[in-house]
Design a protein. Structure first.
Length: 285
């Protein structure tokens, strides 16, 4: 029973990180209708910004994470303006090639600046708590709580504010939103800012546990795409549910079978769901 609780908590923690990354990617896809493959590299960049602020400047971890989210939001807006917007009317293949180029720039830049070594955060929360007789580190609980808070705030922002309404309208019908007087270009900027800020938050939360290195964005972006396909392309509830589902599958399969094959089970869940429901859990035809 102790092992089961431990793996469930680990799965919820992983699912929290996956959900935040997939949420940002889903928001960007909903507006641009192209997959932003640079999202994983931006996730990595967010972790490095938090790491530098917390270690080199001795800044409080939570303040460093907030500054990292703001910094990555600006980077996301710059990328949308200089890379994706000029290609808006071109073939999606052009955007894909541009994204691949940006990945090389970010990853090779990180290798040049920081080297290939793994970077370790100073201890953030070393306390442990007992959950049904199982010892759980407080850092894992914090990741879950912060993720839930960010998801709730994002939901309130989209559903209860005028800016959120313009984002929803643009995602549903970009041309119709433009005809109604909505500044679609500004909406695109805001969505990229939100998406990259969420990626920075996810990376900052998990980095004290999984460490920081230039290649950390690769596996995460692959799983994020699995999640948004599993949940339904462009579906925010699907991204949240898919993230937690994938995290639980990975953790339980790794704990009870083998960590070498947990990705096999993840993709197995994806194939099974798509075989039953080709549009994903919340996807529309």
């Amino acid at each position: 029973m102790s092992l089961f609780i431990q793996q469930v908590m680990n799965g919820i923690m992983l699912g929290s990180v996956y959900s935040l990354v997939a949420l940002g990617l889903t928001l960007e896809y909903g507006i641009l209708h192209i997959p932003n493959f640079t999202h994983g590299a931006l996730y990595m960049a967010g972790a490095y910004v938090t790491f530098l602020l917390a270690t080199s400047l001795g800044m409080n971890f939570w303040l460093a994470m907030v500054i990292s989210m703001i910094a990555l939001a600006f980077i996301g807006m710059i990328m949308e303006r200089l890379v994706y917007r000029p290609l808006m009317l071109e073939s999606p293949l052009n955007s894909f090639i541009a994204a691949i180029g940006m990945i090389f720039i970010f990853v090779d830049g990180a290798l040049y600046l920081f080297g290939p070594d793994f970077k370790r955060f100073p201890p953030v929360h070393t306390q442990v708590v007992q959950v049904l007789g199982t010892t759980i580190t407080f850092q894992r609980i914090i990741i879950i709580l912060v993720t839930v808070t960010l998801i709730v705030l994002l939901h309130l922002f989209i559903k209860k504010t005028l800016v959120g309404a313009t984002i929803e309208a643009t995602a549903q019908d970009m041309e119709g939103a433009r005809l109604m007087g909505i500044n679609v270009k500004r909406v695109r900027l805001m969505v990229f800012a939100l998406g990259t800020a969420l990626a920075a938050a996810a990376a900052s939360l998990i980095a004290p546990i999984h460490l920081v290195h230039p290649g950390m964005g690769g596996p995460v972006i692959l799983k994020a795409f699995v999640i948004i396909i599993l949940g339904g392309m462009g579906s925010i509830p699907g991204a949240i549910l898919g993230g937690f589902l994938l995290g639980l599958v990975e953790s339980l399969s790794g704990g009870y079978i083998s960590t070498s094959y947990h990705e096999v089970f993840s993709f197995g869940v994806l194939v099974t769901v798509l075989a039953i429901r080709p549009t994903g859990l919340f996807g529309k035809k």
